[in-house]
Ligand binder design. Structure first.
Ligand code: ADP
Length: 599
């Protein structure tokens, strides 16, 4: 080989390394060969077609449009030989060696022709032809070898491009998969996962329609779940599956294989394959199909179906694998989202239950409130209605006892005394009930005035004096000078509190017991104590003492409302009430009243 040719080859190597566009590289080679073999009229590169013919792709400058040239091996023994041997061949004289397609020979007036196969990765990628238009080239062996060297160089270049393209495609796929994984990790709902997955599957497969079926392990069926299609509406798809097609894996060997072997299968022509159920595919005019299992935690829980409607699909190498990768990412995200939504679903159900329970409770509370109101109204009406006649009876008894109308004998006086006491008690109880009803309905109001506190205590003392005497109790009253003050308060109500505490002490203290009243000032408040050395309150009952209607021994005497009403009255005045008591020792009730209440 001449030095000049080596130089050219060296230059070619540089071109190969810098150019990655197939058509550019081929043009460079074709031109280089044309420059080398000056006797040649045509240097052309022909690319193999899927049908086995070779179409003109790149040529040197010449009057013929190379892309219009088609070489058909079936008509051309010369080409057939090159393809069969995989090596170059030279016809020095087409009149002697008549293997060349006669039609072509005559059309281009070919006298001599060199044909070289372009072999890439052991496959014939294309053919290079070098020939004349009527004047034999008379190529030397050296010229043939140089041309072969160029073509070999071109083969390397093509392989590089293919590798580059392949790498590029791999990178693109990896990027797409990465994007899919990323997008999927951000999806929360089942719908999001499906939409994201379909977007990437469409990009990966080029398909327009994608469906997902869920696998029912017990029935061994595949239930339609979600469809993205330009050809069929999801509703229609579901209806057909429900009414006309029932996908049972035991009736369909293709689905059976996908599910049991957990592998993706693509069938370019479904009717040429005995495995799928043809009648089902025909319902949707499916011609080709790719079925990928959805596998999460080792279990198949569904399938992704990528069909091709009407036309045959080509499943290039790597495409199935790639779609499977996206399906794997989908499976994990989908099973998680479905799990969460089921959880959410049950949480929703639970909160619904709670809501309903709340509803019921609210209803009950309303009913109770209503009953309570009824009760209060009833108590208020009743006590009000009772108070008038009781007051009248009391008045009558008082008049009779005062012997204004006429004298009474001993027995009559005693009877009237008893009647009078009972009426008083009754009136007190009715008054308590009335107070209670008023307090409950918020209708209770204080009527405040300036109250001489010491004088108030003295009045209470006087009122209970007869009861004290009767029980031979010892009453001590200690009003500290600091408590000799004027209070802003509802006088009647404070008196009522004092009388209530005193009457309790009297009631629950045996004869000859001791009762004390103490009043003193501490800070901003006055404290009043009513103590006794009576029966006391058992410790376990103490917490109920201020509860409405509560009585320690359920005694008939009293309503169990006195302390509850007193407590409320004290609090309305801005004070508080508490007590100390021990069973058998006695009790002391204490309450405060603010000296300068804003009443
Ligand atoms: P009642 O009208 O029954 O007296 P109260 O609310 O005034 O209602 O009192 C509630 C209960 O507290 C009484 O029934 C009694 O059992 C208990 N109690 C109140 N004061 C005393 C006390 N000083 N000593 C013992 N028990 C008392």
């Amino acid at each position: 080989m001449e030095l000049k040719s080596f130089k050219k080859l060296f230059q070619m190597t540089k071109v190969i390394n810098s150019q990655f566009e197939l058509s550019e590289i081929l043009q460079v080679f074709v031109d280089a060969i044309a420059a080398e073999i000056t006797q040649a009229d045509l240097v052309g590169f022909f690319l193999e077609q899927p049908d086995g013919t070779f179409k003109g792709y790149k040529g040197n400058k010449m009057p013929v449009d190379i892309t219009e040239l088609l070489i058909e091996p079936s008509k051309d023994a010369f080409v057939r030989d090159i393809l069969a041997t995989g090596s170059s061949d030279y016809i020095a004289d087409t009149n002697v060696d008549t293997r060349l397609d006669a039609e072509k020979k005559n059309l281009l007036k070919i006298k001599s022709i060199l044909g070289i196969p372009v072999i890439v990765n052991d496959n014939i990628f294309g053919l290079v032809f070098v020939h004349d238009f009527g004047k034999p080239m008379n190529l030397t062996q050296e010229q043939i070898e140089v041309t072969e060297a160029f073509v070999n160089m071109a083969s390397v270049a093509i392989r590089n491009i293919q590798m580059f393209d392949h790498t590029q495609q791999l990178l693109e796929k990896q990027q797409l998969l990465l994007d899919a994984t990323n997008a999927m990790s951000k999806t929360l709902s089942v719908r999001d996962v499906l939409e994201t997955s379909f977007h990437f599957l469409q990009r990966a497969s080029g398909a327009e329609d994608i469906g997902i079926h869920l696998f029912n392990e017990i029935e061994r069926t595949l239930e339609p779940f979600y469809l993205s299609s330009v050809n069929v509406k999801e509703e229609e798809w579901k209806r057909k599956h429900r009414d006309e097609i029932k996908l049972k894996i035991d009736d369909d060997r293709l689905l059976y294989e996908v599910i049991t072997e957990k592998k993706a299968i693509a069938v370019p022509d479904v009717y040429a394959d005995p495995r799928p159920k043809h009648s089902a595919l025909a319902k949707f005019d499916i011609r080709s199909i790719m079925v990928i299992p959805l596998v999460a935690k080792g279990n198949v829980f569904g399938i992704i179906v990528i069909p091709s409607i009407y036309k045959r699909a080509v499943y290039e190498e790597g495409k199935i694998e790639f779609c499977k990768s996206i399906a794997d990412v989908t499976a994990t995200a989908l099973s998680n989202a479905m799990h969460t939504e089921n959880l959410d679903h049950s949480v929703n159900e639970r909160s619904m239950e709670l809501q309903q329970a709340n509803f019921k409770l609210e209803g009950l509370v309303k009913e109770l409130e209503y009953l309570n109101e009824l009760k209060n109204d009833f108590i208020a009406t009743l006590s009000h209605e009772l108070r008038t006649p009781i007051t009248a009876v009391k008045g009558t008894v008082d008049i009779l006892r005062k012997e204004v109308i006429g004298g009474l004998n001993e027995a009559q006086r005693n009877l009237l005394d008893t009647a009078g006491k009972s009426i008083e008690r009754l009136l007190n109880q009715v008054n308590e009930l009335l107070d209670f009803a008023k307090m409950e309905t918020g209708k209770f109001e204080l009527s405040c005035s300036d109250v001489d506190f010491k004088e108030l205590i003295t009045e209470a003392e006087h009122i209970v004096q007869s009861l004290i005497n009767k029980k031979k109790l010892e009453l001590t009253v200690e009003v500290d000078p600091s408590a000799e003050t004027v209070l802003r308060a509802d006088r009647e109500r404070i008196l009522q509190i004092l009388l209530n505490l005193l009457s309790n002490s009297i009631k629950f203290t045996p004869q000859r017991g001791k009762i004390t009243i103490k009043a003193y000032s501490s800070g901003d408040a006055l404290t009043i104590e009513v103590g006794d050395n009576g029966i006391g309150i058992p410790i376990e009952k103490q917490k109920h003492i201020f509860t409405k209607f509560y009585q320690v021994n359920n005694q008939i005497n009293g309503t169990g409302l006195g302390l509850a009403i007193s407590k409320q009255l004290i609090e309305m005045h801005g004070g508080r009430i508490w007590f100390e008591s021990s069973e058998g020792q006695g009790s002391t009730f204490k309450f405060t009243l603010p000296k300068r209440g804003n009443l």
